[in-house]
Design a protein around this ligand. Structure first.
Ligand SMILES: [Zn+2]
Length: 301
């Protein structure tokens, strides 16, 4: 599943390719993804010029100069393939009613999972492929963004002025394990399972610690919580930096690229030695809220 750093890399790629371009045609090859496509999406997007590509949590928000917002979530397996004007003519047209796109050789699965196609005024094409169809596409006016049900309950962005004090306020009185809290989108958005495990290990905090224990009696964050907030920012920034460095061609705009670098200290390392200096612990896997948690029981308290 693409996590925040992967989505941020996709955002950068789409921004480079799309800003200033006008959509000349939209083709939808099925009725929807996780939800039905919005009414008249093809007609409403055709003729729109892309003004900017933003991200909120793991939602891509594509603004048009006429004040529309096209929302795209990659779900479990969504990705965009950007096809340059020079490449497009290499693929011969298929029947317009076909459920397969003509770009299957590039997008995989013989084009069977290419659900949305966007043509631009420079002759380039963007194809959205999503075998599992957990992705989301929506379209609304920018003025309505604050009341969008997908967006309105989201907590703070970890990389935008999120502080330990803010985290402390949201931790107060919470008895759920800190790992579960980190995955709660009302607490902070987009941290995800992998980066939650990594940040907790770096901070020396047990994933099972009741959340409220990270708040002092006076309501201030403990040192451990301050460290955790910093480590979350660091692991996300490092992953974005690695992702950004892979953005050397259009093929990198791909939510399934995988988890950048695979330089994990704990994630996926069950029974391996703890990599923290001076710790002789062994990494264990436990299950919390149906998700795997990896930890070192020796240095995470
Ligand atoms: Zn350890």
């Amino acid at each position: 599943m693409p996590e925040l750093p992967e989505v941020e890399t996709v955002r950068t790629g789409l921004e480079q390719a799309w800003v200033g371009r006008t959509i000349t045609q939209v083709t939808l090859r099925r009725a929807g993804l996780r939800f039905p496509f919005p009414d008249r999406m093809e007609q409403r997007l055709t003729g729109q010029t892309i003004a900017q590509v933003r991200r909120r949590a793991k939602y891509l928000l594509i603004d048009t100069t006429d004040g529309l917002v096209f929302l795209s979530h990659l779900g479990m397996s969504g990705r965009y393939t950007l096809i340059t004007p020079l490449e497009v003519p290499r693929y011969s047209e298929v029947d317009a009613s076909s459920k397969h796109s003509k770009f299957g050789e590039l997008t995989g699965f013989e084009g069977r999972h290419d659900h949305m196609e966007f043509c631009f005024d420079d002759g380039s094409v963007a194809v959205y492929t999503d075998p599992r169809r957990f992705g989301i596409a929506d379209l609304f006016e920018r003025a309505e963004e604050p009341i969008q049900s997908l967006l309105e309950h989201l907590g703070p962005e970890p990389l935008e002025n999120w502080t330990a004090q803010d985290a402390a306020v949201r931790c107060q009185g919470k008895r759920s394990p800190i790992k579960t809290t980190l995955l709660d989108q009302r607490f902070v958005v987009g941290v995800g399972n992998i980066y939650a495990c990594e940040a907790l290990h770096r901070s020396g905090i047990s994933p099972t610690l009741p959340t409220h224990k990270l708040v002092r009696k006076d309501g201030k964050p403990t040192k451990a919580l301050s460290d955790l907030v910093e480590h979350i920012k660091d692991v996300l920034k490092a992953a974005i930096a690695v992702g950004g460095s892979t953005l050397n061609d259009f093929a990198a705009v791909d939510g399934t690229l995988g988890y950048f670098g695979h330089h994990f200290q704990v994630y996926g390392r069950e029974d391996g030695p703890c990599l923290k200096e001076g710790c002789n612990g062994t990494i264990e896997r436990i299950v919390q809220s149906n998700r795997s948690t990896f930890l070192c029981p020796r240095c995470q308290k």
